[in-house]
Design a protein around this ligand. Structure first.
Ligand code: MN
Length: 253
C-alpha cells in the first residue's frame, strides 16, 4: 500500500511524525507537507508563484505551499504512482463544526477526494501537544486506514476524525456541529499609532447538540464525520423555488 501523508502544521510537527510512524506498517508512507505551519489555509491552491519541493529525507518532502498544494503535487508530481490513501494530520487542535471550512488539514483530504483518492483528516482536540499525546490518534488512524483498505470508501466521501485528549472511550459516527462565533477580533494600536487587529482570539463555544462531532469529542469519544464536497443546500430548494428566480432575469427569446 502507498500512503501519502500531509498536514497543515508543517513537515516537522510531532503530529505528522506520529502519524507516519503509525501508518508505516501498511506499506510505504511518503510525507509531502508544508515547510512551515499553514493552519487555517483552507482549500487554497498556489497558482501565482512556482512551488518548490525539497526532499529532506527518504520519502519526506517539504513544500513551500499549502496542504492542498502538497496533495496536488504529491499525486501529480512527486509520487511514482497514485497513492492508495491520503491521510492528513495529526492536527494540533480539533477540526470541529464550522471550523472545518477554514481547516488546511481537512482541505488536504478534500483535495485527495477531488482526485479520486480515498482520504481522511485526523485532529487531536487537546490543550497541550506533547509528542506522546498523539499516540491514541495515531493508533486510531492506523485502524481506520486498515478498515478503508479492506472496505473501500463510500463514493464521494471523506472522513473527518477528531480524537479527544485523554484515552478515548470509543468511537462515534457524527454529523458536523455548529460553532457559536463571538466577538473575536481584537483591535489594538501599534507603537506608531496605527491600528492593528488579531482575528480568532479567545475561547469560542459550540452548540451543545448530541450526535455532533463536538459533542462526541467533548464527552471523550473519537468522532468520525463523513463529509462530501456537494455544498448544495437541498432543503432550501422549496423556499427558493417560491422566489420564482427561474421566471425572472433572463431575456427570453
Ligand atoms: Mn493546524
Amino acid at each position: 500500500m502507498l500512503v501519502l501523508v500531509t498536514n497543515d502544521d508543517g513537515v516537522h510537527s510531532p503530529g505528522i511524525v506520529a502519524l507516519a510512524e503509525s501508518l508505516a506498517s501498511l506499506g510505504r508512507v511518503v510525507i509531502v507537507a508544508p515547510d512551515r505551519e499553514r493552519s487555517a489555509a483552507g482549500h487554497s491552491l498556489t497558482l501565482h508563484h512556482p512551488l518548490r519541493a525539497e526532499q529532506i529525507r527518504e520519502d519526506v518532502f517539504a513544500v513551500d505551499g499549502t496542504p492542498t498544494d502538497c496533495v496536488n503535487l504529491g499525486i501529480h508530481g512527486l509520487l511514482e504512482r497514485r497513492p492508495d490513501l491520503v491521510v492528513s494530520g495529526i492536527n494540533r487542535g480539533g477540526n470541529l463544526g464550522d471550523d472545518i471550512t477554514y481547516s488546511g488539514t481537512v482541505a488536504a483530504a478534500m483535495e485527495a477526494t477531488l482526485m479520486g483518492v480515498p482520504a481522511f483528516a485526523v485532529s487531536l482536540e487537546a490543550r497541550s501537544f506533547l509528542p506522546e499525546q498523539f499516540t491514541p490518534a495515531a493508533d486510531y488512524a492506523l485502524a481506520l486506514a486498515r478498515r478503508i483498505a479492506a472496505e473501500g470508501m463510500p463514493p464521494d466521501t471523506f472522513l473527518n476524525v477528531n480524537v479527544p485528549e485523554s484515552s478515548p472511550l470509543g468511537v462515534r459516527l457524527t454529523r458536523q456541529g455548529k460553532r457559536r462565533y463571538g466577538d473575536v477580533v481584537v483591535e489594538k494600536v501599534d507603537p506608531r499609532g496605527r491600528k492593528y487587529y488579531w482575528i480568532g482570539v479567545g475561547e469560542l463555544g459550540f452548540v451543545e447538540s448530541p450526535g455532533t462531532d463536538f459533542h462526541a469529542v467533548h464527552n471523550g469519544f473519537i468522532s468520525v464525520t463523513p463529509l462530501h464536497l456537494d455544498l448544495t443546500n437541498y432543503r432550501s430548494f422549496d423556499t427558493l423555488r417560491a422566489w420564482n428566480l427561474e421566471g425572472e432575469g433572463g431575456d427570453p427569446a
